[in-house]
Design a protein around this ligand. Sequence first.
Ligand SMILES: NC(=O)c1ccc[n+]([C@@H]2O[C@H](COP(=O)([O-])OP(=O)(O)OC[C@H]3O[C@@H](n4cnc5c(N)ncnc54)[C@H](O)[C@@H]3O)[C@@H](O)[C@H]2O)c1
Length: 341
Amino acid sequence: MRCLARGPAKAEDSEPVGQLAARDDAKAGDGEPFGELPARGAAQAGTGACERRRYRTDGDDTERPTGVVMIEAGRDRSEAGNHNGEGIMAGILQGKVALVTGGGSGIGRATSLRLAKEGAKIMIGDYVPDSAERTVKMIKDAGGEASCVAADVQFAKQVEAMINKTVETYGRIDCAFNNAGIEGKFSDTILCTEENFDRTIAIDLKSVWLCMKYEIPQMLKQGGGSIVNTASIAGLVGFNGIPAYVAAKHGVVGLTRTAALEFAQKNIRVNCVCPGVIRTPMVERAIDGGGFTEAEVTAAEPIGRLGKPEEIAEGVLWLLSDAASFVTGHPLTIDGGWVAH
Ligand SMILES: NC(=O)c1ccc[n+]([C@@H]2O[C@H](COP(=O)([O-])OP(=O)(O)OC[C@H]3O[C@@H](n4cnc5c(N)ncnc54)[C@H](O)[C@@H]3O)[C@@H](O)[C@H]2O)c1
């Protein structure tokens, strides 16, 4: 297993946007920190460049993207797994617009590629712009249509701007995959710090609420839509050593069910996916960072292997599409049998 330069512990560092200094992790990571964001309006939807903006430095939404991730391994896999010479062609999402958060890596990237292959126009929101731009390029190279916008989804203003940018660019949002997330630090319930707890809840739970808060009004305006949130098997059962993550993901399942009930008669379906252990940069960080070993998770997966991001993408595609027209409020496990224990 390739050793990534950064373990989960550092994923919690945070600095104001205005004070970005060169950081080893940022250099090693896939994305450029947000200190160099061009002003709003410099969106280059047509070029594949991610709209980046500088946020004020005196408010809550000023934190620069933190937890800059290493996606080298994921990128290689995604490129290999999604460039089989098959181009984009008319599919079950033809003409639809899909917003994917965390589309610069892992599950979000694989899903962006899969949705694009079915004809959707993709807007990627990610706080690592270079990663998002790379996914956009992959989609365009395959003949699809995609743009990206830099957004840290734990902050309301950035989420609102991301939704506005999507509507400005493509006119509507038919499908939303609220997927961005972090693993947080590994520490048990009594050792978990307040900072770790708050940050994990903000990125893994509050962000999902914020995304729905701004997506649903747009969907109501246009007469409907479909939302899939990323929960986890950790949203259904407990896990040692990640109390905040487990709490956040249980929260995502609850939020999903609530929004599903609230908008069931408004032609808006809201579901979530509960992935098992999927081989992405997040899991590689957890393995390298000592959260667990690959042998342990492989042994714990009844199917006897880790999942692939593309296997989650298939479930997300189905839930987002009209093929799942009678499905709402459902947490779909795609987990190799993990929660069947
Ligand atoms: N990999 C797994 O085994 C697994 C299992 C269950 C659930 N999940 C969930 O799947 C989702 C995707 O995880 P992954 O494994 O693909 O991880 P990943 O680290 O490969 O990708 C996460 C992406 O989200 C982005 N991101 C993180 N925080 C963000 C923020 N605040 N604002 C905007 N973008 C942000 C990152 O830049 C990255 O592109 C997460 O919600 C994760 O909790 C993963």
